[in-house]
Design a protein around this ligand. Structure first.
Ligand SMILES: Cc1cc2nc3c(=O)[nH]c(=O)nc-3n(C[C@H](O)[C@H](O)[C@H](O)COP(=O)(O)OP(=O)(O)OC[C@H]3O[C@@H](n4cnc5c(N)ncnc54)[C@H](O)[C@@H]3O)c2cc1C
Ligand code: FES
Ligand code: FES
Length: 489
């Protein structure tokens, strides 16, 4: 049984197919067809809804793609869809702004944009800017909030105008008025024990502690772990597979924490990418830049760092950076835990060192060292909401003009995210100079035999990898010049 608020209304669902998406639930089960399905793969944003969650005696509103969210993930939360915005016959101020600024033409994308604008207005800030507490219109925050919403008609300017109106002239709404009641309702349905949603022989288990997760996984080793679902749900929506048993990680608070110690940043594997941002961007600005270009805000609100590793994609963005930084992962099975350098986790295409019923509990990232340089570059066809053709991360020290302890890792160059061993060997002990860089570039051809696919040809990938190393060298030569521009094809 799961419980959540559908807008302000308490819903208790005893038997729903755990493979049902929130989008299907809204459209087919509760008669709310305002939320649209464009792509069913997280790319278009037409299905955007807002989730309200308790956060320090306030309700925190975040967007996500309902096409990639399984219904069990609603347990203990508030689901707000486009139908809920109009109140007492009056459009919400974000809807009115879309009307006033002519932000809608055919209208198919409009519910998704409205929900992204609603969350933007509620937060007034987006990822990375929350700490500033800035209010009013912020163009960069607006572009970030809307990067996951596609429109084929308006050309976006009217929608950005609507964002400006909505952020500069927000009106108190029913969500503000009802907030005390919503908080009380959310507290009342806060999960207090492992829950289970099942129907038709399919189950989703929702543990609250790491120990319970370990036990449940040991008892159900065939289960699929569900974190944000932004990769896993595609198996259902795109490949039309069934997932008979899932274990949802989103209620395990200790796996959603980021702790900064003297030497490390420890990130619970179920931490949303949005929540990883502050610590990683502060320590490693290039990591922050990469996270801002990781998918869309909807996906980052939902997708986790552990899921990015667990998915073991050769083009996952975080692994090359984490490998170059020397990150370790902590794996747990039953009562046993073990640590593993992340580079040893990936064995072959989608094959990892993870054993049956073992899961990633946390990721441990070393803190920055004053004498080490770190840079990362993502090359993709689009700036926003696109997957890498090549992702490169470089970390090394230069002492007395000589390279030491180079750690270089790439995504998109092999079947796994991988260190460039020959390139590192060419650099270590060599003079930090153009001739040494050229030898290291040549060595990259020994490290990698990339594939051609629709993102890039093998020749392009190798050349880009070499050019990124040259770029890294040039940037370090001129550290005061802002050359760390975002790269895209
Ligand atoms: C539109 C779109 C754009 C995207 N853009 C990017 C991008 O720019 N860069 C990028 O790298 N990725 C991108 N992705 C992929 C995806 O969003 C990321 O890989 C994300 O980090 C996955 O996290 P999740 O929590 O959603 O994982 P889930 O889908 O929940 O899980 C993914 C896999 O990992 C396993 N898993 C989850 N947690 C654990 C754990 N703790 N231990 C062991 N296994 C676990 C699951 O069982 C599953 O097999 C994109 C996806 C979409 C749909
Ligand atoms: S339907 Fe396109 S992102 Fe969900
Ligand atoms: S108004 Fe037609 S797709 Fe946006």
């Amino acid at each position: 049984m799961i419980q959540f608020l559908l807008n302000q209304q308490l819903r208790t669902e005893h038997a729903l197919d755990p493979n049902l998406t929130v989008l299907q639930y809204l459209r087919e089960h509760v008669g709310k067809p305002g939320t649209k399905e464009g792509c069913a793969s997280g790319d278009c944003g037409a299905c955007t809804v807002v989730i309200g969650e308790l956060d320090n005696e306030r309700v925190r509103y975040r967007t996500l793609n309902s096409c990639l969210s399984f219904v069990a993930s609603l347990h203990g939360k508030q689901l707000i869809s486009v139908e809920d915005l109009k109140h007492q016959g009056k459009l919400h101020s974000v809807q009115q702004a879309m009307v006033d600024c002519h932000g809608s033409q055919c209208g198919f994308c409009t519910p998704g944009f409205v929900m992204s604008l609603f969350a933007l207005q509620k937060n007034r800030t987006a990822i990375g800017r929350a700490a500033s507490g800035s209010s009013g219109f912020d163009k960069a925050a607006t572009l970030e909030a809307l990067a996951g919403n596609l429109c084929r008609c308006t050309g976006y300017r009217p929608i950005i105008d609507a964002a400006e109106q909505a952020c500069c002239q927000p009106e108190p709404d029913q969500f503000d008025a009802f907030e005390p009641q919503t908080i009380a309702q959310l507290k009342a349905i806060t999960p207090r024990d492992t829950a289970e949603l099942n129907s038709g022989g399919k189950r989703c288990l929702l543990p609250l502690t790491v120990a319970d997760l370990a036990d449940l996984y040991a008892a159900n080793p065939e289960a699929r772990l569900l974190a944000g679902g932004t990769d896993l749900a595609l198996e259902v929506t795109q490949l039309h597979r069934e997932l008979p048993v899932m274990i949802y990680l989103g209620h395990i608070e200790s796996m959603k924490r980021v702790e900064v110690t003297v030497d490390t940043i420890e990130i619970g594997a179920a931490t949303a990418l949005t929540d990883c941002y502050a610590a990683l961007a502060t320590e490693y600005p290039d990591f922050g830049e990469l996270l801002q270009r990781f998918a869309s805000l909807q996906i980052r609100n939902q997708g986790t760092l552990g899921g990015n590793i667990g998915n073991a994609s050769p083009i996952g963005d975080a692994p090359p950076l984490l490998i170059a930084l020397g990150a370790q992962i902590v794996l747990r099975k039953g009562n046993d835990t073990r640590s593993l350098p992340l580079e040893d986790y990936f064995l072959d295409y989608k094959v990892t060192a993870r054993q049956e019923a073992e899961f990633i509990q946390k990721i441990i990232v070393p803190r920055a060292q004053a004498n080490r340089a770190f840079r990362a570059y993502k090359v993709s066809k689009r700036l926003d909401d696109d997957i890498s053709a090549v992702c490169a991360a470089f970390s090394l020290r230069v002492a007395d003009g000589v390279v030491q302890d180079a750690r270089i890792a790439f995504g998109g160059m092999a079947a796994i995210p991988k260190r460039a061993a020959a390139c590192e060997a060419a650099l270590n002990g060599a003079e930090w100079a153009p001739a040494g860089i050229e030898r290291a570039c040549a060595a990259l051809a020994e490290d990698f035999t990339p594939l051609s696919d629709f993102r890039a040809s093998k020749e392009y990938r190798l050349l880009v990898a070499q050019n990124l190393l040259r770029k890294f060298f040039l940037e370090l030569q001129t550290p005061d010049v802002e050359t760390r521009v975002t790269a895209y094809v």
